[in-house]
Design a protein around this ligand. Sequence first.
Ligand SMILES: [Zn+2]
Length: 307
Amino acid sequence: MKSLIAFKLATVGLIALSATAASFAPPLKVVATTPDLASIAREIGGKAVDVTALAKPTEDPHYVDAKPSHIVTLNRADVLIEGGAELELGWLPPLLENSRNAKIAAGAPGRVVASQGVKLLEIPTTFDRSKGDVHSLGNPHFLIDPVNVKIIAGSIADHFAQVDPKDAALYRANLAAFNAKVDAKLAEWQKQLAPFKGAPIVTYHKDFVYLGERFKLRIIETLEPKPGIAPSPAHIAQVIGAMKASNAKVILVQPYQNRRTAETVARQTGAVVLDIPQQPGARKDTPTYFQMMDYMVASLSAALGGK
Ligand SMILES: [Zn+2]
């Protein structure tokens, strides 16, 4: 309470100065682990933030190539936004330890964990990383559900306002505009995918589960037997059988997944392999989250409609 009063007094005292001070203040240095989180952070932060993503849009978010430059970037960050739910377990912890930056330590206002507040799907009943499953806390690929993105945007705006109170009104206004845009786009995307309700789909990794839930598409199989485990001949034979039985005609892949395996399965089932990157910037014409989703929905509806 004491600090809140002190904060309020400080705010009152600074009101006269804030307009001038804000225009000269350097932007908040924001680091996001992946480009999708970076894109949302840019929408919420606008001119008050300078956002960097650690992972490249074509990199597997579970296995990012950690570089010394990442340590420097993290050392200078005011805010870190991570996906959480162990998405970055394989590469982020050592980078963070070496960056020695208290501002982005766990629990600090400068640390945003996107998975907090999101209802995770596929939470295993037993906790077991031993078989190589990289989704041992539940499925961490929740950003392709726009409803989750609104939750995460709210959390980002809260943290930005805590770390940088002088721009709190800007963050709130940007959040409101962002949420309105998500609502409008979601209605559009739902309309586009409505004719394909229940359509069977196969993916390489369990990374389209939240899209399936939101838009009522049926993900019947994955080429990986478990998240993070390479396809085996026995498992592929099972997938081919399931695809033939359900007449599945689409296999979705990411830039970092083994396209050749997907093509082999496609040849044997008469399916098409669709490259639908989940990261903004993986394609030159989809640099933002909204453009990435527009492309995803348009490609899916074209493929499922047989165009
Ligand atoms: Zn995964």
